[in-house]
Design a protein around this ligand. Structure first.
Ligand code: ZN
Length: 247
């Protein structure tokens, strides 16, 4: 049983990314793990992320569709998760596969805005619909994961459609994303220098996929540490798998 859970968590891990070129949707992990009606189980379960990611893949007709998960750091010690699940989330955080934040705020929306991605959430975001006009203005940019007849289904909060829509990245974001950024915090998982004693052992897929900085202060800032980022040069060109986008 435990072995089976580990296999499922490993499969979920393959579908996590903070790489703008690979992400297909943005989620708040602390919200998703509490969708108890998806499986009728414990108050919180990491496996629900897998259900939501599978629904995304099905509805995008893209087998390995990956999500950009934003995580409040409190989830790393949330007693409603099993100790194994907490350990797994910490590993994802350390490896930069998810973005851990002291406060989530509207980061999910900012990432979706900068990258042109749909948000998978049951929240209505009424208070910020003016700021993020696509929430209500573009069908399929805000999809609620709900229990369906054949499993989890994503339903557009506006218009009720079932196709998540990938929009155009924000032009300001696009400019920021052609550069590489460095956080002064030495152990920053998302904006680290790629240095450190074991940098050369980092998995290949974790290179080149730096997430978008937060731009709320007007200049690129580390969303986790709140520190200004320094420009570390042009982002190296890389293969992009998102259809229709150029590097
Ligand atoms: Zn940082």
């Amino acid at each position: 049983m435990r072995f089976e859970v580990s296999k499922v968590l490993d499969a979920i891990e393959q579908r996590l990314t903070t790489d703008p070129a690979l992400a297909r949707a943005v989620v708040d992990l602390a919200e998703v793990v509490r969708y108890a009606d998806l499986d009728g189980g414990r108050p919180a379960s990491l496996l629900r992320l897998g259900l939501v990611v599978d629904a995304l893949a099905t509805q995008l007709a893209e087998d390995n569709a990956a999500v950009y998960a934003v995580v409040h750091r409190g989830l790393l010690s949330d007693a409603d998760l099993t100790s194994n699940e907490r350990m797994v989330v910490r590993r994802w955080a350390d490896d930069g596969l998810v973005e851990v934040l002291p406060t989530v705020g509207d980061r999910v929306l900012e990432v979706a805005d900068l990258l042109g991605l749909p948000v998978l959430s049951r929240l209505r975001f009424e208070g910020v619909r003016e700021r993020y006009g696509w929430l209500a203005g573009q069908a399929g940019r805000l999809m609620a994961p709900v229990p369906g007849k054949t499993g989890v289904t994503l339903v557009a909060q506006v218009g009720g459609g079932q196709v998540p829509s990938i929009g155009s990245p924000d032009p300001v974001g696009a400019k920021v994303l052609v550069r590489l950024w460095r956080c002064p915090e030495s152990n920053c998982a998302n904006f680290g220098g790629g240095g450190g004693a074991f940098a050369d052992l980092a998995p290949q897929r974790r290179t080149g996929g730096q997430p978008p900085p937060t731009l709320h202060t007007g200049s690129p800032t580390c969303p986790r540490h709140g520190t200004p980022l320094t420009d570390a040069g042009a982002r190296p060109p890389r293969r992009r798998s998102r259809s229709g986008s150029a590097a």
